[in-house]
Design a protein around this ligand. Structure first.
Ligand code: ACK
Length: 665
């Protein structure tokens, strides 16, 4: 047997951070060492951001599916610490790696995890029990992921879940009193940090003493609030009355957790405990107050502008660097407000910062702060090296693996789940409004008030006077302005299509009117080329006419996670011939109209070099060309993916123009 050697390092590793989980993907080593038994090992190091020193990660990190002997080129690490720098080294090994005295061959990836809610409280002990009260104590969660601000204790009499009581406590002990003697009660506890509430603990059941035992209660703990469901309902009625009586308007979240019955006031806005809600800056009488509530003021001297990278509606977009006290300088994007602005323009410009500043999620563009005390007025955000997703994909046509594309889509869905949980409806979700960084992490951007649609060149006026990006918008939002998270899901389906077709324009050159008509008649975009069937099915689900039948963003995230964990599920592609015949079943084939000859058509799309091959193989008329499938192209020797795409897209475009429709649902 020939001598073999250890493999070279894996290549092109990319990471996708989601709160305290990291997904890694890489390409196999260029040199497998002449063996077929290559597998991968992941080394994890936790690094101190100040000293730069790293230590091996503790046993709390979980690797899915495993840390060693990985056969696939991807892995997920979960249960990492929040706000922590990690270095992951991906090493390729084979049967002779152990014999190798030389240096290890690995590719390394540095990531910083994001904030995460605390893990559930796992251990709860009963303390003093009387006939009317139960005292409890518990341990802080294993992974608080921040400073615990308070605990919420929910309890109810066993089998009476509909009538529960909630106590809040800053301590890890409470006494629930006013209970029935000799009755079983169920308790659940959750912790809250700045990142929000963690999950509830499992249910703990304790019983009060029977009547004969002397009553006593432990007064050492002070519950902050005790409100029963009944009181909650009364409070709700009072709050509504209060608002109707003309007090400053509040904002209640569109999606309300039925379990939450209590309400708090925050700056005159109703806030539901446990669910962070987006507050519409419009509800502030003074928009400056909103900006300063949600955005940090940055001194202009901390910012170095380096170059102009684009044009926004309100002024130039630049790249530069931000140096905050006690922190290392880092790259930022800077949106500026052009001189001579009106008060309304200033308000609308800063409105975006007031919205963005309320979000904290790895797939939402992060606001560093604003400059309002000097001119020019600026909005400073994290820098996304690869710019907008649509341009980036067009520039890198055909360059990514399906898993990489799905990773991008997963990030966008995760950002959108966060926004919908916050009660924020984006209304202009499109690949042009997603930014992508050097790690291929996608982040949702472009937040605005009414202006959201004003500055989008894609937005067109509807007959009802609104301005809407027709190709990305759900029919109910176009027809009667019903913008909801479900209409954002429709747009997400279009973004999926844009991503899988590397930035192709949805519905090609069809007019907006034709798009509205075709969609109304039940036609949908056909599958992009080489698209996994599971992804196209998800797109079709997002484009259900009945908005309640569309998947929710959390379901989309779970579905994409499943596909990423099981890459073989992405191997089944939408059958190329069925893609085409879908269009032909319903309608007549491409014919005489558009081009007079095959040669003229191929010349027009700069594919004239294939005219001879087409003619020699019997594709001598446009009717014959209409039957061409991807397999036929490959057989004819059109092997370049870019050329295949160009030809198939052109065919599709012609058919779509002819039939004025797409795939019938
Ligand atoms: O495709 P691009 O390079 O990415 O061109 C547009 C341009 O500015 C106008 O919006 C780019 N851009 C916007 N925000 C950012 C950001 N945070 N990081 C990097 N580029 C950005 C966008």
């Amino acid at each position: 047997m020939a001598c073999t050697r250890p493999p070279s390092a894996p290549r092109s590793a990319i990471s996708n951070v989601n709160e305290t989980s990291v997904f890694l993907e890489w390409i196999p080593p260029a040199d497998t060492g002449g063996r077929k038994d290559v597998s991968y090992y992941i080394a994890c190091k936790k690094c101190n951001s100040h000293s730069g020193l790293c230590e091996v990660c503790g046993g709390h990190v979980r690797y899915l599916p495993q840390q060693t002997g990985l056969k696939n080129t991807s892995v997920m690490m979960v249960d990492l610490l929040a706000h922590t720098n990690y270095t992951f080294e991906i090493e390729a090994v084979n049967g002779v790696s152990d014999q190798n005295p030389g240096a290890r061959q690995f590719v390394s990836v540095n990531v910083t995890t994001n904030q995460a809610a605390p893990s559930p409280v796992s251990s709860v002990k009963k303390g003093k029990i009387t006939k009317n009260s139960i005292s409890l104590s518990w341990q802080e969660p294993d992974r608080p992921n921040g400073i615990i601000l308070e605990y919420e204790i929910k309890y109810f009499e066993k089998d009476q879940e509909m009538s529960y009581t909630i106590i809040k406590s800053k301590e890890t002990t409470i006494t629930a009193d006013g209970l029935k003697p000799g009755s079983a009660y169920v308790f659940q506890i959750r912790a809250r940090t700045a990142a929000g509430y963690g999950g509830f603990s499992r249910r703990f059941e304790f019983e009060t003493s029977p009547v004969s035992v002397a009553a006593s209660s432990d007064q050492s703990q002070i519950p902050i609030i005790v409100v029963s469901v009944t009181v909650g309902v009364i409070l709700l009625a009072v709050v509504i009355g209060f608002l109707l009586s003309g007090r400053r308007c509040g904002y209640s979240k569109a999606k309300q957790d039925p379990e939450e019955e209590k309400m708090h006031f925050h700056n005159g806005h109703i806030k539901l405990p446990g669910v962070r809600t987006y507050i519409d800056p419009h509800t502030y009488e003074d928009p400056n107050q909103a900006v300063h509530e949600f955005a940090k003021e940055i001194e202009a001297s901390c910012i170095t502008i380096e170059r102009v990278i684009g044009a926004g509606e309100f002024g130039e977009v630049c790249s530069g660097r931000l140096k905050l006290q006690g922190k290392r300088e880092f790259p930022v994007a800077i949106k500026t407000l052009k001189v001579g602005y009106t008060e309304k323009q200033r308000r609308d410009f800063l409105g975006e910062a007031s919205i963005m500043g309320q979000f904290d999620h790895p797939n939402i563009i992060h606001l560093e702060g604003v400059v309002t005390k000097s001119k020019p007025v600026m909005i400073v955000t994290e820098y996304m090296e690869n710019g907008s997703l649509d341009t980036f994909l067009k520039k890198n046509d055909g360059q990514f693996t399906v898993i990489q594309l799905v990773g991008m889509l997963r990030g966008i869905a995760s950002g959108m789940k966060y926004l919908s949980d916050m009660g924020y409806v984006h209304r202009d979700l499109a690949a042009r409004n997603i930014l992508i960084n050097s790690n291929l992490v996608c982040k949702v951007s472009d937040f605005g008030l009414s202006r959201v649609l004003e500055d989008d060149p894609e937005a067109a006026y509807t007959t009802r006077g609104g301005k809407i990006p027709i190709r990305w918008t759900a029919p109910e939002a176009i027809a009667f302005r019903k913008f909801t998270s479900a209409s954002d899901v429709w747009s997400y389906g279009i973004v999926m299509w844009e991503v899988m077709s590397y930035g192709e324009r949805p519905y090609w050159e069809m007019t907006n009117q034709d798009v509205i008509k075709a969609v109304e008649e039940g036609y949908r975009l056909p599958s992009p080329m080489d698209c996994p069937a599971a992804l196209y099915q998800l797109m079709l689900d997002c484009w259900q006419k009945d908005r309640n039948s569309r998947p929710k963003f959390d379901e989309i995230v779970s579905m994409l996670d499943k596909l990423i964990r099981n890459p073989s599920s992405l191997k089944t592609l939408v059958n190329a011939s069925s893609r085409v015949s879908n269009l032909l079943v319903e309608h007549s084939p491409v014919g005489s109209g558009a081009y007079r000859s095959v040669g003229e058509w191929l010349e027009a799309i700069k594919m004239g070099r294939y005219t001879e091959i087409f003619m020699e193989n019997g594709y001598s008329s446009m009717d014959a060309v209409a039957q061409v499938t991807l397999e036929d192209l490959r057989r004819l020797g059109v092997t370049l993916v870019g050329h295949q795409k160009k030809i198939m897209s052109s065919l599709q475009e012609m058919k779509v123009q002819l039939v004025n429709g797409m795939v019938p649902l």
